[in-house]
Write a protein that binds this ligand. Structure first.
Ligand SMILES: [Zn+2]
Length: 269
């Protein structure tokens, strides 16, 4: 079992060619990442078509990157934009459930926690009945700073694990020295992973084992965490030398398998 993101090449437009190549490369699951940061609302016809493609190709949805939106933004100070943002996240929760997933991933709004928290809390309270009815949890994704973990810890302290957990993004975590230590503090709330690598200087979304991430420490931490699902990679072609998608996906599959072996062995200890 191995998972890769649908947006390894592009995150808008018809997803069919990418799904076909992902299946051909041998992956069992996808991380739905198309339109992860747009105001795009998925219609029934689109969700049904995606479900049909996944079914035909033998792919399962692992989890779905929901959108904090641009003009429909769940942390907006304009009330109508915030309400539209809540509808946008509800659209993704519904889509995730219909495609068989149980987790949507969200970024926190930017700026100071004190400023956005009253608005975000209203949005989270409004989304909760929808998430609970669909059996979907929200995973908050870390950025590349202490502050993002500080903010996530404050939100996790308010909501129970049945509603909310952490998505650890290994590339963001590698952009500052204590990323893995911060994950270790909240590993009992880990419900999703975005695995990719970089050299520590920027969020490059490179293949596993191409940068400076301490993969063996990360395998041990995930093995000791509440995360029980498969290796899920949020890798992108944009900083890789591969010209064609098949070669890129083959390399991604190989590196994912290597990390899966490390994780399996850490889990069996
Ligand atoms: Zn991510």
């Amino acid at each position: 079992m191995l998972c890769v993101t649908t947006d390894y090449r592009a995150d808008t437009g018809c997803p069919e060619p990418y799904l076909r190549r992902i299946a051909q490369a041998g992956f069992s699951h996808v991380h739905w990442c198309h339109h992860w940061n747009t105001d795009f609302v998925y219609a029934d016809a689109e969700i049904e078509q995606i479900a049909a493609w996944l079914d035909e190709l033998g792919l399962a949805l692992l989890d779905l990157h929901a959108s904090a939106g641009k003009e429909k933004a769940w942390g907006s100070e304009r009330e109508y934009e915030r309400l539209a943002g809540v509808e946008l996240v509800a659209n993704r929760i519904e889509m995730c459930a219909r495609l068989g997933g149980e987790v949507v991933i969200m970024h926190l709004p930017g700026g100071s926690f004190e400023a956005y928290w009253p608005r975000l809390r209203r949005s989270l309270d409004e989304l909760r009945p929808c998430a609970e009815a669909r059996g979907v949890r929200i995973a908050l994704e870390n950025g590349g700073s202490h502050q993002s973990f500080d903010d996530i810890e404050r939100v996790l302290a308010v909501y129970r694990p049945e509603y909310m957990g952490l998505c650890y993004d290994s590339g963001h975590g590698n952009c500052f020295p204590e990323g893995l230590s911060r994950l270790e503090k909240v590993k009992d709330r880990l419900i999703s992973v975005h695995l990719h690598d970089n050299d520590g200087s920027a969020d490059q979304h490179r293949l596993l084992f191409t940068g400076t991430t301490d993969w063996s420490r990360l395998a041990r931490t995930i093995a000791a965490s509440s995360y029980s699902k498969c290796v899920s990679m949020e890798v992108s072609m944009r900083n890789e030398p591969y010209q064609d998608e098949e070669a890129f996906l083959k390399a991604a599959f190989g590196t994912g398998l290597r990390f899966k072996e490390m994780l399996d062995s850490a889990r069996s200890r």
